[in-house]
Ligand binder design. Structure first.
Ligand code: ATP
Ligand code: MG
Ligand code: MG
Ligand code: MG
Length: 562
């Protein structure tokens, strides 16, 4: 490619609206241009790098046995109503109407489309397992698009979906994707970690996020300094809390009446996960984690609240606790390290509990059909006990440290969440109808590109890892008016391309200073400068990453750069 007519507009100054390095460099090196908030064009250099990443993604997906397809970006509302996400997804979903007034969304993700697709065309266990993927533009009306393509409203994602006949099968499919993701991000030259993540409202089982370590990351990773433990703090917090809650429960059980429920029983009763229950019902009183357990007397519908505390009585009618309790279920409370048992006398507090809860004041109703989220706020207590640096690691080995991370990939065991809602079933060996067991797996392709630049740059510009660099070599004749330089540059340009190197020839009539500055900004792995020694056939080779330079005769150039 010849630079004189190549669209790679460079900027000398740091654009004032770009806060982070990758965004600044992508603008300055002419990789992207903003069209409107959170919406970008990829210019040739940026698109070339993006295609390198897509190629790596494709190779690893295909190697893992996944099949590429392409689904529509436009998705009819009916699909989302079927899965129940038309309402649940909220304002991030870009909605539109056609000329007949029918409702649609621009796909932020494709569980609905793929599930119906597979439902209609796969009927037998003989076709399974199957993993399908696409590389496609996604749309999310992010509340705060920022950092350029790191969080944009239109972006490219690789999304894959696995379909299995059993949960063991799902585990195997998940493992393959996990490995493929590890390969992808390693090949992109990224320093990353796979961390345990929050299965959240999706109702799934295992889930991991792939986090690129970076100060500007919007997620915080809690990891152990001595073991492999690493989790998004969203979940680490629950784990820690859970441990404390367990301790609290054990302590409570020692003093409780025979009808105390275990947390598993309560979770099963409410039909929520243990983690979710803890997350929603655990809060702090005087810095002690306190778990409210759902309890009640079905017969007389009278709430007995026993409050057990650490060798002291706490006035639960205090305003904050009363408020916190409003809207949660009635029941027991128990802190860590129980020493004494005290019956609560504050009627007001009890009232607040009773009134706030899911029909608890109706006979037989207070523990039935409890719907977290509808009947009491689920996330309300989620950040009350954030895991902290210096905490013991939940796996008992080492101490917790924090690092910021950029989420570039996410693997998720969906189970039957979509197959059941949308009727994606198959006939098993015995001719019995079963729901397919699903997993979903996303890579933010455009975000990964920005993350690569975030991790690979210096004060002069981008320092591309070879695998992702738009070009392999920047070939720079210092002065195009010097016939010997021009000729040698063109000779080498042909030679290198014949050898399958991707070369950008700076054939512009610019001053050397300008050319070198642009070369550093673009940051391809090798720069070959054709200067004064052109007549002798000697050029200078410079390694962008190390700054190392050496001279080479054109006859030995290929060996030198190998
Ligand atoms: P985030 O937590 O950053 O909002 P997410 O968890 O909502 O991301 P997923 O639904 O897991 O994203 O989507 C899969 C991948 O798509 C993410 O891991 C990320 O790499 C990428 N991605 C998600 N949202 C964006 C965005 N707004 N811009 C660019 N990439 C994105
Ligand atoms: Mg998001
Ligand atoms: Mg996320
Ligand atoms: Mg995610």
């Amino acid at each position: 490619m010849k630079q004189s007519t190549y669209l790679a507009p460079t900027l000398r100054d740091i654009p004032s609206d770009a806060e982070v390095k990758s965004h600044q460099l992508m603008l300055r090196a002419g990789l992207i241009r903003q069209s409107t908030s959170g919406v970008y064009s990829f210019l040739p250099l940026g698109y070339k790098a993006l295609q390198k990443i897509e190629r790596i993604v494709r190779e690893e997906m295909n190697k893992a046995g996944a099949q590429e397809l392409l689904m529509p970006a436009i998705q009819q509302a009916e699909l989302w109503q079927e899965s129940g996400r038309w309402e649940a997804y909220g304002p991030e979903l870009m909605r539109l109407n056609d000329r007949h007034g029918r409702e649609f969304a621009l796909g932020p993700t494709h569980e609905e489309v793929i599930t119906t697709l597979v439902r209609d065309d796969v009927k037998s266990y003989k076709k399974l397992p199957m993993t399908l993927y696409q590389i496609q533009t996604k749309f999310r009306d992010e509340r705060r698009p920022r950092f350029g393509v790191l969080r944009s409203r239109e972006f490219i994602m690789k999304d894959a979906y696995s379909f299995d006949t059993s949960f063991d099968g799902l585990d195997a499919s998940y493992e393959k994707m996990y490995q493929a993701y590890t390969n992808i991000f390693t090949r992109c030259g990224l320093d990353f970690r796979a961390v345990v993540a929050d299965s959240g409202a999706m109702g799934g089982k295992d889930t991991h996020e792939f986090m690129v370590l970076s100060e500007i990351g919007e997620d915080t990773i809690a990891y152990s300094d001595q073991s492999g433990y690493a989790a998004n703090i969203e979940i680490a917090e629950v784990n820690i809390s859970y441990k404390k809650a367990d301790e609290a429960l054990k302590a409570m059980e020692a003093v409780a009446t025979p009808d105390t429920r275990t947390i598993e029983e309560v979770a099963a009763f409410l039909n929520v996960s243990k983690e979710k229950l803890i997350k929603s019902l655990l809060f702090l009183v005087d810095d002690q984690p306190v778990l409210i357990l759902v309890r009640g007397d079905h017969e007389i519908n009278e709430i007995k609240v026993k409050h057990v505390f650490d060798a002291q009585t706490v006035e639960l009618a205090a305003e904050e606790e009363t408020k916190t309790w409003t809207g949660t279920a009635p029941g027991y409370v128990g802190p860590v390290g129980v020493k004494a048992e005290v019956r609560i006398v504050a009627d007001k507090a009890v009232e607040a509990i009773v009134n706030g809860v899911c029909g608890a004041n109706k006979e037989h109703a207070h523990l039935r059909n409890v719907n977290p989220g509808r009947d009491f706020p689920i996330e309300q207590y989620a950040d009350l006990r954030l895991i902290q640096e210096g905490d013991p690691s939940p796996d008992g080995r080492g101490t917790i440290r924090f690092k910021e991370g950029i989420e570039v990939g996410h693997v998720f065991k969906l189970g039957t969440r979509y197959s059941e809602a949308m009727g994606a079933t198959f006939l098993d060996e015995n001719g019995k109808t079963q729901p397919m067991i699903m997993g979903c797996y996303g890579v933010g392709v455009t975000r990964t590109l920005a993350a690569v630049i975030e991790q690979h740059q210096d004060e002069d510009g981008i320092v591309w890892p070879q695998s992702v660099s738009p070009f392999d070599i920047h070939l720079i004749p210092v002065n195009m008016k010097q016939e010997a330089q021009k000729q040698l540059a063109e000779e080498l340009y042909d030679l290198l391309q014949q050898e399958s190197y991707d070369v950008l020839l700076d054939d512009r009539a610019e001053r050397p200073g300008v050319k070198f500055k642009d070369a550093d900004l673009f940051g391809f792995p090798l720069r070959i400068t054709v200067g004064k020694k052109a007549e002798e056939g000697i050029v200078e080779v410079k390694v962008r990453r190390t700054g190392e330079t050496l001279e080479a005769h054109k006859d030995h150039l290929l060996d030198t750069i190998k």
